[in-house]
Design a protein around this ligand. Structure first.
Ligand code: KG4
Ligand code: ZN
Length: 327
């Protein structure tokens, strides 16, 4: 079966075509217009999706050499995300459903992220712990099968990617800043003594809190002044990144201990981070799985892959907008 995936929940417009588990095409347009505002402007995001969705769909079908009549399932993100942004993808998907009579399903964006791991690791087996770590979400799920997700911990305030983006803003990086901070940290000589605090967020030790860290970096920068920051930017980025990675690995360690599950899946934009990947591999050895960066950040191939799973389990659900729906 050919599956058309559509993702418009935030600031990426993405359309993909899968033939069963294989990616035939996966085209993502990132809206860099938000960089000048230092964060996502929902109304601008919706308008940009509206302009891009149709040409991207054509390009994805052309690249895959598949026609709309040969699509067996339309799989579209219907939750969680920005209301106006989600509505663009959903309306487009429903239009195709109405015109071609193609079966359709809504997909939870977080479920999409989890299933991105199967795109490159088809042999991945349950159970595993999925760290979903992005600009909008940071949570650990124990995944025992399709539709069987137990949230073991989550952020109590900011998402990890959001912390990267906000700290990046005070350090003068454009939005989104995660990749730039990682690059800057790589320039660090390794001999600084900057340490930022990592919050102990809960009794189980599986939750996260990044807003205190973000404030600590802001105060540190304000105290030292511009000249110091200019000279020591790589050290500050390294110390901040270490604090985030330390917090994520600490929670994963606790979740693994509590659940007895040692197979780890890293997904979401922050899962692109090399320092995080290295630390998790160091802690858990070879049982660590993550997709390539283009499949970690928001993309439609993961939505199509989750849709396939829903079809295989006879659990297709007509798209229903829900901006906050959890897994
Ligand atoms: O999954 P994603 O594309 O969108 C959401 O669902 O939020 O994740 C985007 C987030 C941004 O906050 C971005 O700064 C962060 O992922 N990110 C990174 C890296 N690449 C992207 N954070 C740290 N290191 C990276 N290399
Ligand atoms: Zn995402």
């Amino acid at each position: 079966m050919n599956i058309l995936g559509i993702e418009t929940s935030c600031d990426e417009t993405s359309v993909a075509v899968l033939h069963n588990e294989s990616i035939l095409s996966n085209i993502t347009y990132t809206q860099d217009v938000h960089a000048e505002y230092g964060g996502i402007v929902p109304e601008i995001a919706s308008r940009a999706h509206l302009q891009k969705i149709e040409p991207l769909c054509r390009a994805a079908l052309d690249n895959a050499q598949v026609s709309l009549g040969d699509i067996g399932l339309v799989s579209v993100t219907d939750s969680p995300g920005l209301a106006g942004a989600l509505l663009v993808g959903m309306s487009f998907a429903m239009g195709l459903h109405a015109q071609y009579g193609t079966p359709i399903t809504g997909v939870n964006h977080l479920e999409g992220h989890i299933f991105s791991a199967f795109l490159e690791h088809p042999g991945l087996t349950y159970p595993f712990l999925a760290l979903v770590v992005s600009g909008g979400h940071t949570a650990i799920y124990r995944v025992t099968g399709f539709n069987a997700y137990e949230c073991l911990g989550q952020t109590l305030d900011d998402a990890a990617g959001e912390a990267f983006d906000k700290v990046g803003k005070v350090l003068g990086f454009a939005y989104p800043a995660g990749r730039a901070i990682e690059k800057e940290a790589l320039c660090c000589a390794g001999d600084h003594d900057i340490v930022f605090p990592v919050a102990a967020a809960s009794r189980t030790g599986c939750d996260f809190s990044f807003s205190g860290l973000k404030t600590a970096v802001r105060y540190f920068i304000e105290e030292r002044g511009e000249e110091y920051v200019r000279m020591h930017r790589p050290d500050i980025c390294d110390a901040f990144q270490k604090a985030v990675v330390c917090s994520l690995v600490h929670a994963l360690r606790n979740a693994a201990r509590l659940s007895g599950c040692k197979r780890i899946v890293l997904v979401g934009g922050v899962a692109c981070n090399g320092a995080l990947r290295a630390e998790v591999a160091d802690e858990f050895g070879r049982d660590v799985f993550y997709p390539r960066p283009a499949l970690c950040t928001d993309n439609a191939a993961m939505i199509a892959r989750a849709g396939l799973e829903k079809a295989q389990h006879d659990l297709l659900s007509f798209p229903r907008l829900d901006v906050t729906r959890r897994l």
